[in-house]
Design a protein around this ligand. Structure first.
Ligand code: AMP
Length: 553
């Protein structure tokens, strides 16, 4: 199975990049990677239609790194991403994939951080620059020749950049780069505005799209759960407490993740094993046999390793990591519901993967209902039920075999039979929490699906029609800018500027109301003064933002 990594090699990526990919534990290229990598390596401009979760970052980072000689400073590769939140992971991805390329420098350029070190890194010839448009334009306004040698350009999440009002900034950036560069544009959607950019600034781009034909999924009850990436293992453990499963397969993306999750499950007493591309064929067969005959109940696998796995005992599929495309989702969940049985499939979704969930729903033509993490009471009920089920077959003949001993122990210890039974229970349950108060204490998970976050993109809150005064949510402050619609300002311009310069997460910004001669923006109360300080010199549409705390009374 290890030859799968060969399929990355077959795409033509450089051996040092390949070595880094192997170290990360990717087993095979995702669909967008298989298509985009040869095109970018071939030197063509490209438009890729793909959203977060498809593996698109590696789809451009791997071929671009393959073209860079770390020993030289020929001119950088520039990646533009809409927000700091998206730029930072892209910069980290470049760093990860260039681990075997000593001398290669990556710099992240975004608002809310000092400009000096960013400028220095660019000037010293960082081969990879990942930037948000607003901050890059700031740099350009002081150093107009800064991008004069860019060789490769990536526009990541181009539609998002336009939604955030960066059209003008992008034009400034395009003007500052040589026309001889190679340009690659990734966007989840291709509205007219994106096509227009491509027409103007890309040269005979090749179009790439991961085909999404409608898929049918039958008999499988599907649900999704919103969860932060670092809480996935805890969420799986909690869900398993209440799920009534026979055998279960959990899908993750990397070899390391198979090992981590399998180890966490084993530590909780589940009969679990990892299945990944490193596992030898005979060992793999043993794992599958054990899952069939009940020596194992849970297998944690990558897509590659689970290929061809057909075990009718499987009642549950947990998609712990998002699949790359709807086809592999359908493929994965098809592992359950075999032999005419009912199956259940659960998908963990991190906040940034929400769009992928929507794509899956569209392609499968089904809603994937939202599940909630079981609460403490449900966990407790499930534990007591399991205990009841495991004890009830034993009571019938226990008195005959152990009754006398019980009487003796009661007499020797000098306690009541109830006290002794309680002590035995404590011992048998290994100190597991079995009261509501104790279970509550072990429930530290934070659900992500608060109604606020689910209302998605904050720019919507700028809709003109929703103008009635709204009470402020707790922890938020209302701020005012003297810029309004008559200055040509839209909510998305304000949002883009504040996200970039303020270094905030999108969720942190509440309602934005643009009136004719001023605008109101809801910002977090905590750290407000510092934030306003950071935004002191921010300009939107060429004019000073001048954001101040706004008091209605
Ligand atoms: P992206 O769509 O670029 O945000 O990538 C989503 C996630 O998939 C990231 O966590 C990557 O590390 C991971 N990933 C990308 N390509 C692969 C691959 N070929 N195999 C396994 N994981 C991957």
């Amino acid at each position: 199975m290890t030859q799968e990594i060969g399929s990355f090699a077959a795409l033509g990526i450089h051996p040092s990049v390949l070595a880094a990919v192997t170290a990360v534990g990717y087993e095979e290229p995702s669909a967008i990677q298989s298509q985009a990598i040869p095109v970018i390596l071939g030197g063509h401009d490209m438009i890729g239609q793909a959203q977060t979760g498809t593996g698109k970052t590696a789809a451009f980072a791997l071929p671009i790194l393959s073209k860079i000689d770390p020993a030289r400073k020929d001119g950088p590769a520039l990646t533009l991403a809409p927000t700091r939140e998206l730029a930072l992971p892209a910069a980290t991805a470049f760093e990860t994939y260039s681990k075997q390329m000593p001398g290669l420098t990556v710099v992240a350029v975004y608002g809310g951080a000092p400009m000096g070190p960013q400028l220095k890194a660019i000037r010293q010839g960082a081969q990879v620059i990942v930037a948000t448009p607003g901050r890059l334009v700031d740099h350009l306004s002081r150093n107009s020749a800064l991008l004069g040698t860019v060789q490769y350009l990536v526009l990541d999440e181009a539609d998002e950049m336009l939604k955030l009002g960066f059209m003008d900034d992008l034009e400034v950036i395009f003007e500052a780069m040589p026309e001889s560069r190679q340009s690659v544009l990734f966007s989840a959607t291709l509205p007219h505005s994106i096509r227009a950019i491509a027409e103007k600034h890309l040269r005979e781009p090749q179009h790439i799209k991961v085909a999404t034909k409608t898929q049918t999924v039958a008999r499988i009850e599907q649900a999704h759960l919103m969860v932060h990436a670092d809480q996935k293992i805890a969420a799986v453990l909690r869900l398993l407490e209440v799920e009534d499963f026979d055998a279960l397969i959990a899908f993750v993306r990397t070899k390391q993740a198979t090992l981590d999750l399998a180890a966490a499950l084993e530590a909780k007493g589940y009969k679990a094993a990892a299945l990944n591309g490193d596992i030898a064929q005979n060992q793999r067969e043993r794992v599958i046999e054990s899952l069939k005959d009940g020596r194992l109940d849970i297998v944690v696998a990558t897509d590659v390793a689970a290929r061809g796995l057909d075990v009718s005992r499987i009642t549950h599929v947990f998609n712990v990591d998002m699949p790359y495309d709807p086809e592999s989702y359908v493929h994965r969940i098809g592992r359950t519901g075999r032999a005419g049985r009912e199956g259940r499939a659960l998908l963990l979704v991190t906040p940034r993967e929400r769009r992928m969930l929507q794509v899956i729903e569209r392609v499968t033509n089904q809603k994937v209902a939202e599940a909630r993490l079981p609460n403490a009471q449900q966990v407790l009920d499930a534990r007591i039920k399991k205990l009841t089920n495991s004890l009830s077959p034993l009571v019938a003949d226990a008195e005959a075999s152990h009754g006398e001993l019980l009487d003796k122990l009661v007499a020797d210890i000098g306690c009541s039979p109830r006290a002794l039974a309680a002590a035995l229970l404590r011992k048998a349950t290994n100190g597991q929490a079995l009261t509501l108060a104790e279970v509550e204490k072990e429930q530290p998970l934070v659900p992500t699906s608060s109604p606020r976050e689910r209302s998605d993109r904050p720019e919507r809150s700028g809709d003109r029609e929703r103008r009635a005064p709204v009470p402020l949510a707790e922890g938020r402050a209302r701020c005012r800018s003297p810029l309004g619609a008559r200055d040509g300002i839209a909510a998305r311009n304000l949002l883009g500027a504040i996200l970039n310069e303020g270094g905030l997460a999108r969720e942190a910004i509440g309602r934005i109301q643009v009136r004719d001669s001023f605008s109101l923006v809801e910002l977090p109360e905590e750290g407000l003064e510092r934030l306003l300080g950071k935004l002191k010199d921010t300009r939107v549409g060429g004019k000073q933002l001048k954001l101040r705390r706004y008091r209605e009374d």
